[in-house]
Design a protein around this ligand. Structure first.
Ligand SMILES: [Zn+2]
Length: 268
């Protein structure tokens, strides 16, 4: 785990999404949990040295953020839409996702989907020790994204609205996403903790805005040229736009999914 500020720690290496914790005088707040059970347990053991887990916040409904919740204590808080997604989650889907992303890992008998205890639809603030946690609904990567702003640590946890690896568009709300990133820039912070990838500063908000814009404009241009979905799928590789992206099977699959989804949304 990397120490970011006096009281903020981020694990960006062991899990598929970043899992963070804020240590307060009255216990620990966890933001997102590792998906692979062994990693979630290891992470929970490591965090126990900081004190009791009082709250867990999931910033979005995707399996890589919510599946480790059952290995942590405390009160679980999510967006209302994320609660619905958790209640509808199927163990079979998680098993398939684990096979794809962490082959050989098994679900253990302790695994269960944990229904959130408290939900929000717009905003929610809670206080613990000397810290305040401002949960703000910021749609984009999905309709249910939540950012967590902790002013005492000058830190914002952005969810996958900022991903410093490859972004996923399969459940996105494109216009809201750009609006959200503009809104995020207003927060007075030094540390930006993305959903995936290294912790950065406010520069990564602008970087993500540019990334989302390039994806959107590429597909909008293709539609304007009259390209069909099949043509978009076979011709648009994003290699020119993002030369640094890896070209492995997994990344190519994500690119295909992204162009397909964006084409469907933008031609609706
Ligand atoms: Zn996600």
């Amino acid at each position: 785990m990397e120490k970011i500020t006096k009281n903020v720690y981020v694990e960006s290496k062991i899990s598929l999404c970043n899992s963070s914790c804020v240590v307060t005088k009255e216990g620990v707040v966890i933001i997102d949990t590792p998906m692979v059970p062994a990693m979630a347990k290891q992470h929970a053991a490591e965090i126990s040295k900081f004190g009791e887990v009082r709250y867990v916040v999931n910033t979005e409904p995707h399996g890589d953020h919510i599946s480790g919740d059952c290995y942590f204590g405390g009160t679980l808080i999510t967006h209302e839409g994320t609660r619905d997604a958790i209640l509808a989650s199927k163990v079979e889907d998680l098993k398939a996702m684990l096979q794809r992303t962490a082959p050989g890992t098994q679900l253990d008998k302790d695994f269960r989907y944990r229904p959130p205890d408290i939900t929000l639809t717009d905003r929610l603030t809670f206080y613990l020790g000397d810290h305040s946690f401002h949960l703000i609904h910021m749609p984009g990567h999905t309709p249910y994204q939540v950012a967590v702003y902790v002013p005492e640590e000058r830190t914002i946890f952005t969810s996958d609205n900022i991903s410093r690896t490859i972004p996923f568009f399969h459940q996105c709300v494109p216009d809201a996403w750009l609006k959200t990133l503009k809104e995020m820039e207003k927060y007075d912070v030094d540390y930006v903790v993305p959903g995936h990838g290294d912790v950065g500063d406010k520069k990564c908000i602008k970087e993500m805005y540019d990334t989302v814009t390039i994806w959107l404009n590429t597909i909008k241009d293709a539609i304007k040229k009259g390209m069909t979905l099949q043509e978009v799928q076979s011709k648009i590789t994003m290699a020119k736009e993002f030369p640094n992206l890896p070209r492995d099977e997994r990344t190519n699959g994500i690119i295909q999914m992204n162009v397909t989804r964006l084409y469907e949304i933008l031609t609706k």
